[in-house]
Design a protein around this ligand. Structure first.
Ligand SMILES: [Fe+2]
Length: 362
């Protein structure tokens, strides 16, 4: 318990009459303010006060409180207790709604794996390529050692508060039904141990959390005991002899309309210098670039590779939605499978699932 020094004069007054209010102490010139009076009185009552002979409160010009000012209630807040309680509450909130930045995935074998990073299915939207989505999805389900990470915008997710009412009306289903559809899709991946993690995007995730205080997509991942990143995420893929570092996000900052990897490179240079792969969604376009990075560090033995793979993944929303065609190309499909070699430090990628199976040897 932390003891608090309070002036002798206050001690004397309270010893004589422990009911003396903070306001009264202030009027008597014993304390610098009513609030301090209430606080010191609280310390006195709780046995936390120590008499300090050398503590004098400077005389202040006081005024008579007007009649309408009622005396405040006694001090009910104990700062030490409040801070300890706040810390406990903060831990409870973090348990209920964990915000994570990193996680590890262990692959304790010597076989290569592939991960499809997929963003922007926009399930429930009018412009989603459902047949193509289903085809890809079934291939993933039936390909051993091919895993799946969602990079946000799993549903169309336009809520009633969205300013463009046409966008709301164009949805094939209400948002709660879209969430149910997404759950059915993810259930199949999860039940085959193919779903590794999720990352929040605007549609559904962020908007739902901002409007209704809970992101149901995050809730799905939590209830499935799977990691979920509310913002950027940094994961390690660990094999027996190799570890790969992957930075992922729905979107990194610094997008360029000319260079689809500007944001990824910025993230690599400013936040994730050890990354082997930096991948994001959001932009509904596709691009992969394998470039040299930190070659001085590599030559000095500080990095396992002098390459970083920068990836922009596409969308299943490939129809001519009105917002996009006003000034942009329509969305492009493009969810490459990234192949991780368990023995040599090497990442490669392919755009077709038949090639993925070849590289995986299945
Ligand atoms: Fe999207």
């Amino acid at each position: 318990m932390t003891l608090k020094n309070i002036p002798s004069k206050v001690f004397d007054i309270l010893e004589q009459d422990p009911t003396t209010s903070g306001a009264k102490l202030f009027q008597m010139g014993a304390v610098p303010s009513e609030r301090t009076g209430r606080r010191w009185k609280g310390y006195f009552k709780n046995g936390k006060a120590v008499r300090d002979e050398h503590y004098f409160v400077e005389e202040k010009v006081t005024f008579n409180s007007p009649d309408y000012v009622e005396e405040s209630e006694e001090e009910i807040i104990d700062l030490d207790e409040l801070i300890a309680y706040s810390q406990k509450l903060s831990e409870i909130y973090q348990k209920r709604d964990p915000l994570i930045k990193t996680c590890d995935f262990d692959f304790p074998h010597d076989e290569p794996i592939a991960v499809m990073f997929a963003s922007c299915f926009h399930l429930g939207g009018r412009y989603t390529a459902y047949h193509q989505f289903e085809e890809i999805f079934n291939e993933v389900l039936n390909t051993p050692r091919l895993y799946f990470i969602t990079l946000g915008d799993e549903i169309e997710g336009f809520l009633s508060s969205f300013k463009d009412k046409k966008a709301i009306a164009d949805q094939l289903y209400q948002v709660p039904t879209q969430v149910r559809i997404m759950e059915k899709v993810l259930d199949q991946l999860r039940d085959k141990n193919k779903l590794l993690a999720g990352v929040a995007g605007q549609h559904g995730g962020w908007w739902m959390a901002a409007n209704y205080t809970e992101n149901p997509i995050k809730r799905y991942f939590l209830e499935s005991s799977l990691p979920y990143f509310d913002g950027m995420g940094y994961a390690r893929f660990k094999f027996k002899s190799q570890t790969y570092r992957v930075a992922m996000a729905h979107k990194f900052k610094g997008s360029s309309m000319w260079n689809p990897h500007h944001a990824q490179m910025k993230a690599h240079k400013t936040e994730f210098p050890s990354a082997d792969l930096v991948v994001m969604g959001d932009k509904h376009t596709y691009g992969v670039q394998n470039v040299n990075s930190y070659s001085w560090e590599y030559d000095a033995g500080e990095r396992e590779s002098d390459r970083v793979l920068l990836v922009q993944v596409g969308t299943a929303k490939t129809g001519p939605d009105e917002y996009t065609i006003k000034g942009w190309s329509t969305g492009r499909l493009g969810w490459p499978a990234i192949i991780f070699d368990p023995n040599d430090h090497c990442i490669t990628y392919t755009e077709t699932l038949s090639h993925t199976r070849k590289l995986l040897g299945v």
